[in-house]
Design a protein around this ligand. Sequence first.
Ligand SMILES: Cc1ncc(COP(=O)(O)O)c(C=O)c1O
Length: 365
Amino acid sequence: MKDIRVSQPDMPPLDEFLPYLEKIWARRWLTNNGEFHQEFEQAIADYLDVPHVSLVTNGTLALLLAIQALEIKGEVITTPYSFVATPHSLLWNGIEPVFADISAETFSLDVKCVEQAITARTSAILAVHCYGFPSDIDGLRSLSERHGLPLIYDAAHCFGQRTRGQSLLSFGDVSVLSFHATKVFHTFEGGAIISSTPEMKQRVDYLRNFGFAGEIEIVDKGINAKMNEMQAAYGLLQLKYVDRAISHRAQMDALYRESLADVSAVALPSIAALDRHNHSYFPVLIENGRDELYRALKDSGVLCRRYFYPLLSNLDMYRGLASAARDKLPVANRMAEQVLCLPMHAELTASDVQRVVSIIKKELV
Ligand SMILES: Cc1ncc(COP(=O)(O)O)c(C=O)c1O
């Protein structure tokens, strides 16, 4: 039997990509704000319903540049419950991450814990809309306004997420997306920065291209974070298929929920306050026996993942921080020890879901 992977890239028909390649070959313009890049940047802004989009090479560089654009220094309060790129982006900017605990409802920063962690050195808040579930948007906004702290959202999982009639990416000072191959929408590798003002977009655009403002004018200490024409062309094509992929994921999500409804050992986090959900992940919580189940699934060819375990604050490189102490992060530690992300992708079938569920039932019921 074929392995069922936790995620699998949705890919358009190859023959539909060939005309894009022919254009790239004919134009001999491979990167540096080419025609596909311009077209794709506008198409993404339209699709996501956000005005200021800057395409970049990947989500990690998007985080690095967002932090640079806001000129943040000192300490930044962030979540330990994320992918390692989140705190790494702070280290790469010479900033000390300060971990605060998360809320069991949102899987994102608990506003009370963020407030307690604020010191004179705090310069920003870096929150993650984990699995695309919205953070406490109002709580974080009011805290950031009261303390004058910029609010950055790592929205790597949030392609197309909408809440309260608007894009989830329109909250905070800046949000970043990842278009990595494992994401709902991908360009093999890729990412984007969603700025809240045209001035910030301009700054990010300089930063992603060595600081060039003209042929011989360099206005900032930029880096090379440009998306190339191949990725942009692929993204344009991929965009035509993303709604279909999301609606298939929604069906698989509903099937998991229905099939697992009577399995009391598996808690299904509810989808908070979303007008539109991209179903990028299907996380479940298992209070007892998560690791045994993970291994049983793996032995049967179901390659689920324990995102996000180990908790970042428990990694050797972060555990020495005062904010990483286990007793300060009880909720995040508990969630990391219980979570299991079941396979979820656009090619998952109903029989795959039944196979996963039957192993879970055999192990836990
Ligand atoms: C929460 C989070 N932040 C940042 C990243 C980094 O994105 P990329 O892989 O595109 O660099 C990822 C995933 O890859 C992620 O899941």
